[in-house]
Ligand binder design. Sequence first.
Ligand code: HAM
Length: 419
Amino acid sequence: MISAIKGMNDIFGEKAFRWGKMEEDIKKMMVAANFGEFRTPILEEIALFKRGVGETTDVVKKEMYDFLDKKGRHVAMRPEGTASVVRAFVEHGIGINYPAPFKAFYIAPFFRYERPQKGRFRQFHQFGVEIFGDETPQMDAEMIFTASRVLEHFGIDYEIHLNSIGCKNCRAAYREKLIEYFSAKKDDLCEDCRTRLELNPLRLLDCKACDPKNRFTDVPKMTDFLCDDCKNHFEELQKALHAFGVPFVLDPFIVRGLDYYTKTAFEIVAKTGGSQNAVAGGGRYDNLVSDIGGSDTPATGFAMGLERLFDLIPEDFYKEVPLSAGYALCDEAVLQLVEFTKKMSKENIRFLADYKPKKLKKALQKAEKTNASFVFVIGEDEAANGKILMKNMATREQKIFDKDDISGIISAINDNSAI
Ligand code: HAM
């Protein structure tokens, strides 16, 4: 038997229905806030992620689905969306052709070769936003507000962990301080962290294996090293979040797993559902557009894991539209059922037709199995008289309609107690 690839999921049935509704709701909220949809290819040159996300990040070093294509070009399946949207932003001269702020959103699959576990997959989906051309802390606040609004829409209890990781200038001093601090504790670090200490000491604060930020006391904090500009940005951001009514806690050890961040960095953890994992994360990335070859353009954004979001949405948040099922009980009824199906389809009624003639008992058994709320049957009598029988599966009540009385049938469907 051929199975799906480990860490990659099929979505179908009831789950697909609720998943689609979740995406629809997000899209509606994004369009109202003037975010435009942005679609980029799944495959990109690997150089984009090396340069954008960072060569020493776990995402690029360990988790990339990369391969040589038939012409020997080294390509990768995107592990995240920001680098691709920035690549497209630069490639299409969007910064030149559109006024700032340029606000984009995406809902798309991403790929990371991680160890699959609850809430962690190798193909997963993100809803993300990227905002270009605005350096203000208020725009960071709007970006975080956007994430919180989505969680609130779905009735999810969340906690925002906020930090500033400074800019190129002030982070250098912090980096040195971290190297000095952790060099003295090298023997207590895991092997990965010893390498990180030399290549990318901020990544140590992210390590789940030896957990240095919680194991040691007095670990240096970036917020004590911020330059005046970054400090001011961070303070104004907090004021703007208060003005947006977005609650947050300061967390000096949020560093994010991707290298492009400057100043604002945040993660959102759900308080319901017992999930330990971040449901969303993001921040400001003022150097990425120029690093990818564009002109200096400030930018900010976040992404939310849709598998994690989905698991947090209460089961009864979306009610499935009741299913109607139609059955032919004799050969003469088959074409009448075809006509009826056409009419139901035109009226957008959720309808499942079964054209193979069968006995009433068998039809009702099938209807039960398919969870139909309403059953329509055309037997010999009905076929001869242009009628159709409707049965409410919950109340077992039934009523005969003229089969052309579509409006009467629809009102009966819409009002469960009408028959
Ligand atoms: P990230 O923190 O790597 O950020 O991912 C964002 C969210 O995607 C996570 O909080 C999590 O919910 C979900 N996620 C990540 N990896 C997996 C996985 N293997 N399985 C399931 N869900 C996962 C970014 O990707 C940045 N591009 C966010 C951003 C946008 N920053 C600025 N703009």
